[in-house]
Design a protein. Sequence first.
Length: 153
Amino acid sequence: MIPNRRKLILVFCIMLAALLLAACGNGDGLLEESSGETSDIPGEVPLKYRELINPLTGDTEALSRGTEAYNALCIQCHGEKGRGDGVEAKGFNPPPGDLSRAGMAERSDGYLYWRITDGGAFEPFNSLMPAWGTLLSETEIWELVSFLRTLSG
């Protein structure tokens, strides 16, 4: 299911707020070239997500809907290829995660579901990643997980 107009407006407002917050940083400007360390991998997956398995794996329609959702909700920060270089990503500290790196392929379905659902506004991430679980259904989140699996292959 593609997010309805109301959801898209809310997402736009969240993204606008995130941009404004990023602009109010400490004045350091853009981050220096990455040291190779990733800010979005650490953290123990909460028990309620740890053993989750994507029930939509291999479902081409789910993958198509996940692609549409990514293009509507995620591309502006994570970029077309998931590298964290979206048009809205400049100045974010920490920067959006690189969803295309090899390490992402090793992340469990539960990890990806958790990160989409709960976002990143908590330790150890402390990012502007919205908690999409308040706006998306379980199925929509699994569709996004299906799409994310295509980025790090």
